[in-house]
Ligand binder design. Sequence first.
Ligand SMILES: Cc1cc2nc3c(=O)[nH]c(=O)nc-3n(C[C@H](O)[C@H](O)[C@H](O)COP(=O)(O)OP(=O)(O)OC[C@H]3O[C@@H](n4cnc5c(N)ncnc54)[C@H](O)[C@@H]3O)c2cc1C
Length: 502
Amino acid sequence: MHIVVVGAGLGGLTLSHALAKRGHTVDLIEKQPAVKSQLGAAIGLTGGLAVMRSLGLAREIDPYLTPMRSFKGSSLVGGGGAAEPEGKLTTSFGEAMIPEKAQFELPPILLDRRSSESRNYEMFHDEGGAAASDSQRRRTVHGISRTALSDDESGPSSEAFMAMITREHLHALLHRTLPLNVSLWLNCNVVHVEPFSYGGTSASVTLSDGTRLTGDLVVGADGIHSIVRRTVASDDADGRTLTTSQRRYTGISGVYGLVVKHTFELMMKCSLKKDEKAEALLESLPVGGLHEFEGKGAIATVFNLKRHYMFVFFEAREDPPTSDENWTNPAVQEEISSKIKAQGMPSLFEHLLRAAPDGGRVVHLGLYESEPMRTSWSRGRAVLLGDSAHATTPFLGQGANQAMLDAWSLAFHLPPANASDYICADDDDLHHHIQKALHRYETARSTHATNIKSVSRMFGHIRLGITSWDRCVRRCFMQTLLTCGRGCLFRQMLKWASQLNV
Ligand SMILES: Cc1cc2nc3c(=O)[nH]c(=O)nc-3n(C[C@H](O)[C@H](O)[C@H](O)COP(=O)(O)OP(=O)(O)OC[C@H]3O[C@@H](n4cnc5c(N)ncnc54)[C@H](O)[C@@H]3O)c2cc1C
């Protein structure tokens, strides 16, 4: 099949890899002039790690990964005033250690590298092309996944429970390793989508310069502002036009920063005034360690990666930051810095903020989630994936992971490229298989992705609690999460988040 993928973000890139592995040809269209991450700092891969492995990219990704080893939570008492700007630290949430070899069960892999694509597809369908029963399928799938696992060399991707990678590295890796049957179209803005081309047997997109590209399927991996979603979800089953906006502001703003360690250490050394508290905090944070600090209606987190420090500052805020509030504007830098101070956060964050623009990066943005879909994820031969269908808040660290799992699932359910040779008698049959595949993909992914959105939203509210009652609930919640069964509950939560139903 020939498939047009709109958007070369993490979902679109992963999907292109997976489709190419199934033998399809892909047109991957990106409106930016380059494939690169525009937002955020680093990503904690859980399910996404398993997908990378399934795509055969374990060896490539390993050098960039920092496996997560510990999660520590502290609350701050007082602080924020001129006399005592820094709050007193109480490590009240405890610390979850994440054992070195703690990998959760991988979702089933896309292809057993030793078997042909057709064999893999046949495993899920009887000779007439009918799908195997759910239980049959699950058994087979887990069988494949284990066989492939034992083959692979060990590295962070095969051992880590969760591993961090900078967004830049992940994008660059997925871009660099794109297979030959993927054509990348940069600087091409899709302005129109037609889901029923050629009597409904294909779909097409129109670029801003008038170029029209047609495929057996168009996939909208174009993020929270998705143009494909506007077509797919334009009217409901009864033909009523749906005009609701696609996203909503969550009332939380976030500052994400990535600091090159080398730069930071140099800056701290050259600083006239030694800050022993900040140094002590960093010393107590091993590589792979995350430390979260709770203020009033705000949290700040620092993560120690191999070559970077990542920090995040979330704050409840009525209106989202605007583009005028660009980080490069010194007034904005000053404002954020004083907000962090007002929360009584450790001075370490101020140092990190100051060091970030030198070779690192900082973004300041409002957090949005997509409005729930009121229609199916697909219409005719157009289908949605990742943020275009279910953009979520970042409190479970699952946006990118879910987009990658969607990509895996969609490629898995579609018939392989040579399906017409042995599964589909004619075009009608192929059409029927594609429609069934889209339905199965949505069934496999939609409930879970929707649940992730709800849990992440709830988690965010608890974590950003403003009143003392909120903070009390938060403390109990985090304490239970981190200390119960020595972090077992925390691991279970991540495991649930990364599950993949097939
Ligand atoms: C600051 C921040 C931090 C985050 N941190 C994490 C984290 O730690 N862990 C995690 O799992 N998730 C995280 N996320 C969420 C994660 O980044 C997203 O969920 C994920 O990137 C979604 O992938 P996607 O491919 O669906 O969309 P996107 O990554 O948004 O990609 C969409 C792509 O489509 C392109 N595009 C859009 N419209 C068009 C068009 N008309 N024509 C052509 N191209 C188009 C865009 O340029 C873009 O490249 C974070 C998000 C943000 C904003």
